[in-house]
Design a binder for this molecule. Structure first.
Ligand SMILES: Nc1ncnc2c1ncn2[C@@H]1O[C@H](COP(=O)(O)OP(=O)(O)O)[C@@H](O)[C@H]1O
Ligand SMILES: [Mg+2]
Length: 285
């Protein structure tokens, strides 16, 4: 089932400037996990904001969970069903105590206090921050703050969450925690996840990768399909996962390797096999 559908979606910030999102028509399946890649300025954040109704199309349309984002009376339903997590957790945290921060949205929606207690406990548990409920938000690490920000979005009970470079400001541990949280939300809670990232190792976890270039969809496919296109990705200033690059380079040297290898262990097995073949006098290419 389709959850988000865009039709010839086009956007520009100012009349006298070029379009930053051009004629994008795509469908995002309910419960899917999509990564969006693209060089800086390719329109990823703009597209994300269009998908959850923060920005309105100049032409074309966006439908989220059956509602057109251009219908003003439906905008709250859209905002509730499609949340966003941004790069800097400091800009998203509104309260000084963790549990108050997570309670902020349901309180504003007028949810009864008893239910709020349960929502806050559940959401903090989902992101592994339940033991920090009474901690000060400002003392947390970047990764912990980002998990609280995710809990705050979860408190709205969204069907979809868009992460806009949500791991970019974090240290490697924080980045791993947030990547794990995204995967868990998708696999265990069935939340539709869209993640914009520069980290290829995060993109390979997705079911689908969409590459934007100059406001247009440049590539769209499974991680294996997309990362098989090493030259196309390089042509738009993107990289591929390290192991994919290694096998690609060896392949350019004339070795015969399958394309689109994404995982380290998979590459290790292939290389080991090749070495074994060579040591028993087999074909070394
Ligand atoms: N608020 C804004 N006002 C005017 N131009 C903007 C604004 N935000 C982004 N842009 C421009 O729109 C283009 C796409 O930006 P953005 O969607 O942020 O790309 P990305 O997230 O892929 O880096 C860029 O040229 C950028 O300078
Ligand atoms: Mg951006």
């Amino acid at each position: 089932m389709t959850f988000i559908k865009t039709d010839n979606l086009t956007f520009k910030y100012r009349d006298d400037e070029p379009e930053v999102v051009k004629n994008i028509s795509l469908e995002i399946e309910k419960g899917s996990y999509t990564a969006i890649l693209g060089h800086n300025g390719s329109g990823k954040s703009t597209l994300a904001k269009l998908l959850c109704g923060i920005l309105q199309p100049v032409s074309g349309s966006v439908i989220v969970g059956g509602y057109l984002t251009s219908n003003e009376q439906d905008i709250y339903k859209i905002r509730e069903s499609c949340g966003m997590v941004f790069q800097n957790p400091d800009n998203q945290i509104v309260a000084s105590v963790v549990e108050e921060d997570v309670a902020f949205a349901p309180e504003n929606l007028g949810v009864p206090p008893k239910e709020i207690r349960k929502i806050v406990d559940d959401c903090l548990k989902t992101v592994g921050m339940e033991q920090y409920a009474l901690h000060s938000t400002y003392k947390l690490s970047g990764g912990q703050k980002q998990r609280v920000a995710i809990a705050g979005v979860l408190a709205m009970n969204p069907s979809c969450i868009i992460f806009d470079e949500a791991t970019a400001m974090l240290d490697p541990t924080g980045r791993k925690d947030i990547a794990a949280a995204m995967k868990k939300l998708n696999k265990e809670k069935g939340i539709t996840v869209i993640t914009i990232t520069h980290y290829m190792n995060e993109a390979i976890e997705a079911d689908r990768v969409i590459v934007l270039n100059r406001g247009e969809v440049f590539l769209d496919g499974t991680p294996k399909e997309i990362f098989s296109e090493v030259e196309k990705l390089k042509s738009v200033a993107l990289s591929v996962p390290q192991v994919t690059e290694l096998l690609y380079l060896l392949q350019s040297d004339g070795y015969d390797f399958p394309k689109g290898i994404l995982h380290t262990m998979e590459a290790a097995d292939i290389l080991e096999n090749k070495v074994n073949l060579k040591s028993i006098g087999g074909n070394d290419r």
